[in-house]
Design a protein around this ligand. Structure first.
Ligand code: PEP
Ligand code: MN
Length: 369
């Protein structure tokens, strides 16, 4: 059950204290509160967990500060929509808002290699007024002898360079809970020049202990990738682990499914699920055309398959695009064959903007259908 409180509720007020006293006195339920900072107002939601079946909607609605009560379905209790169309989606982190209405491109290096390459990437992004990027420091690799990423050692200089080029949010995969502390320490030591969105990779979609650790920290938002060999329902349930532990600031990423139907792409592009995830949950939805397509193959129309896949996601309403770039793809230590080149950045961003415009037009047309 979710209690949606009156906007801008005063947590120091006697009415709020009465509500909390009531919740504390109910031994059958536990609760967590979550604040959504929207334009001009703060919405507080209280998530009740446990045996809520005995609580009637009318009674809960009569409690002080409560504006609305939603009885949730079993699945995705916090992240789900539960038939509600008007509850806010998304969150703001380090000055950047992520919701089901926004769009951000995270172009960057699959794996951090040299300061020179990182700087070339970030300078190109700044030139195009981009404030987000991707930088992999901890890489989960199929082969134990492959490059595993520079790990914590590269964080200080990556963060400093990001600050130099006004990057606000870096998507960075972690594979172990100790990486959260390494990232936070490096951010603090360098004076918080940038922000981090913790990425859960497809190989860890159901690593529930990692998800619980990431969910217990509420400072950094999470980019959660769907599992490449499980159902959408299973992936959405796994994402809910993050919220159930306290962190509902989650972006859900589609990155393709591993099956032979996708050949010759690395994975079966699954971007038709963009509207499905938006319908079932309140998470902003990301598409990752690089890991879906896995190559620089080009169609007869002159556009790379990665461009086409990205456009398919954006035209369907995607809120984020995670895409691999590299200043010298042949020298990239991870996923060079799918990386776009620096001289393709402007073209890619323009192509995304064209697809976004088409989406906006489609949405406007639908509103008068
Ligand atoms: C990545 O984004 O670099 C990555 C490893 O992606 P995925 O988990 O989707 O394979
Ligand atoms: Mn990769």
């Amino acid at each position: 059950m979710i209690l949606i409180l009156e906007p801008n509720v005063d947590v120091a007020s006697e009415r709020y204290s009465q509500l909390i006293r009531y919740l504390d006195s109910n031994e059958h339920v536990t609760y967590t509160t979550h604040e959504v900072h929207g334009s001009g107002q703060v919405l507080t939601e209280v998530y009740l967990i446990g045996n809520t079946s005995a609580l009637t909607l009318d009674y809960m609605r009569s409690l002080p500060c409560v504006k609305r009560v939603v009885r949730v379905q079993e699945s995705y209790r916090i992240l789900g929509r539960h038939g509600e169309e008007d509850r806010p989606t998304g969150f703001t982190y380090n000055g950047v808002t992520f919701s089901q209405d926004t769009l951000h491109v995270f172009a960057g290096l699959c794996a951090v290699d040299t300061p020179e390459h990182v700087e070339i990437m970030l300078a190109a992004l700044k030139e195009r007024s981009q404030v987000c990027t991707r930088m992999g420091a901890y890489k989960p690799r199929t082969n134990p002898y492959s490059f595993q990423g520079h790990g914590g050692s590269c964080l200080p200089w990556v963060f400093e360079l990001a600050g130099k080029y006004d990057i606000k949010v870096i998507a960075m995969e972690i594979t172990h809970e100790s990486h959260i502390d390494e990232i936070n320490e490096a951010l603090e030591r360098t004076g918080n020049p940038t922000g981090i969105m913790l990425q859960i990779g497809t190989r860890n979609t159901q690593n529930f202990e990692l998800l619980k650790s990431v969910g217990r920290q509420k400072t950094l938002p999470v980019l959660f990738k769907r599992g490449f060999g499980i159902t959408l329902n299973e992936s959405l349930n796994a994402a809910e682990y993050l919220a159930s532990e306290g962190n509902p600031n989650v972006v859900f990423a589609l990155r393709g499914m591993k099956n032979q139907g996708g050949d010759p792409h690395r994975n079966m592009v699954d971007f038709s699920h963009v509207p499905v995830v938006k319908r079932l949950t309140r998470m902003p939805v990301c598409v990752d055309p690089s890991h879906s397509v896995g190559s620089r193959d080009r169609a007869p129309d002159g556009m790379l398959d990665v461009f086409h896949a990205a456009a398919q996601g954006v035209v369907a309403g995607a809120n984020m695009v995670l895409v691999d770039f590299h200043p010298a793809p042949s020298k990239a230590l991870v996923d060079g064959p799918q990386a776009l080149r620096m001289d393709e950045l402007s073209w890619f961003l323009d192509d995304v903007a064209i697809a976004r415009e088409a989406y906006e037009k489609r949405k406007a047309r639908a509103s008068v259908a």
